[in-house]
Design a protein around this ligand. Structure first.
Ligand SMILES: *Cc1c(COP(=O)(O)O)cnc(C)c1O
Length: 398
């Protein structure tokens, strides 16, 4: 029933699978026929603390009965407290709240441009981004994105974006001149295929930006909020950006985005420069505040790193056993397994086979399996998924 309703009345922009989901708890999802699934995708790296975490549900419920929205013409407590929590946790001094990842990136792009235009340097407007990057689907963030396939049909895009190969410092050097206001990158490319930045590369990017007075923007929409084993992925590289964007896991499923900046970079905006009706509502910020609190508990991030090491070891074992597995990579609990799909099953077929067995994973470019489970995933759940993958891989060898 809901499948037909969706097919009849919702834009057919998504290829959906399975029966409608009706309930989630922790790492498990349940469909309308009572089937249980172990979630290794977490709503695309969103439900980091798992589905319907009781403390987050309580925070949302309490706030929903107290104050949901008043607009940014007024002060509210949850927004103020979340801004303090995020700046205490990061390099940043100020936060602009948005409603999604794309909107957080829009804010970052606008801030970078206005930072120089406010100083009379309007020639400095270009933003360098990476090939295979993903920054969102609005016109500006699509323009920033380094993937041609999702730009098709939307030309002309916004002017002033230059794309260079990822992990190639010479390519970046060759385009950094005084017309560039910012470099924008993901510390680990998510949609691009789970590709971590090399340490030397990201450190050299930071140095180059500092030397040329260029703003460095880290899109941590997917990699932030504990996903990569530190609060923000860039911490593990020992570099900090001037501007950072967050969204996905920030509200554990309640839509919220954030653009954070150093005090210096933040000077690009003043009263009236940028705005959004819903950004940072009491409801969304109360949810996010509880997420930050839970992720700040002693041992939480260490447990993510432990599970990551365990999961990686299991995936590498599959790589040793099966020729079809050509690469295993990632950071924290954002992991990818690249398959040789020149013959046999595609990554999308692996996703459906896993789904039939009760495991939710995701495919990128039809050859990479992406794993982004709730950060509370347990070792025995990892073992169960790995056993399913092992069987599928072995099944292709006879
Ligand atoms: C998901 C994502 C976005 C876009 O976020 P939306 O909330 O879908 O607009 C931007 N950048 C990265 C790295 C993402 O993973």
């Amino acid at each position: 029933m809901n499948i037909e309703l969706t097919q009849d009345h919702v834009f057919q922009t998504y290829a959906r699978q399975g029966r409608p989901f009706v309930r989630g708890q922790g790492t498990k999802l349940y469909d309308d026929q009572g089937n249980e699934y172990t979630d290794f995708l977490a709503g695309i790296a969103v439900c980091g603390m798992g589905h319907c975490h009781p403390d987050i549900t309580a925070a949302i419920s309490a706030q929903a009965g107290t104050l949901v929205h008043v607009s940014n013409l007024f002060y509210t407590n949850p927004q103020a407290e979340l801004a303090r929590a995020l700046t205490e946790k990061s390099f940043a001094d100020r936060v602009f709240f948005a409603n999604s990842g794309a909107e957080a990136n829009e804010a970052a792009i606008k801030l970078a441009r206005r930072f120089f235009q406010a100083k009379g340097e309007s020639f400095r407007f270009k933003i360098v981004t990476m090939a295979q990057s993903f920054h969102g689907r609005t016109m500006a963030t699509l323009s920033a994105t380094g993937q041609d396939k999702i730009k098709k049909g939307f030309y002309p895009l916004l002017d002033g974006f230059v794309h260079v190969p990822f992990n190639d410092i010479d390519a970046l050097k060759s385009v950094l001149d005084d017309t560039v206001c910012a470099v924008m990158m993901e510390p680990v490319q998510g949609e691009g295929g789970v590709i971590p930045a090399d340490s030397e590369y990201i450190q050299a990017v930071r140095q180059l930006c500092t030397d040329t007075g260029t703003l460095l923007i880290f899109d941590e929409i997917q990699t932030g909020m504990g996903r990569c084993g530190s609060f923000f992925a860039h911490e593990s590289y020992d570099v900090a950006p001037d501007i950072m964007t967050l969204a996905k896991a920030l509200g554990n499923g309640v839509p919220i985005g954030a653009m954070l900046a150093s005090e210096t970079a933040a000077q690009g905006f003043d009263i009236g420069s940028h705005a959004t009706t819903f950004g940072g509502t009491p409801l969304a910020t109360a949810a996010a505040l509880e997420v930050v609190r839970l992720m700040s508990e002693a041992g939480f991030l260490a447990s993510v790193r432990e599970k990551s090491a365990y999961f990686l070891a299991q995936l590498n074992r599959l790589k040793e056993m099966h020729k079809k597995v050509v690469d295993v990579r990632g950071k924290g609990l954002l992991l990818g397994m690249e398959l040789d799909v020149s013959k046999g099953k595609t990554a999308t077929e692996y996703v459906s086979e896993c789904f039939k067995k009760g495991f939710i994973i995701n495919a990128i470019q039809d050859k990479i399996l992406r794993f982004a489970p709730p950060l509370i995933i347990e070792a025995d759940e990892i073992n169960q998924l790995v056993a399913v993958l092992d069987n599928l891989l072995a099944g292709e060898e006879h």
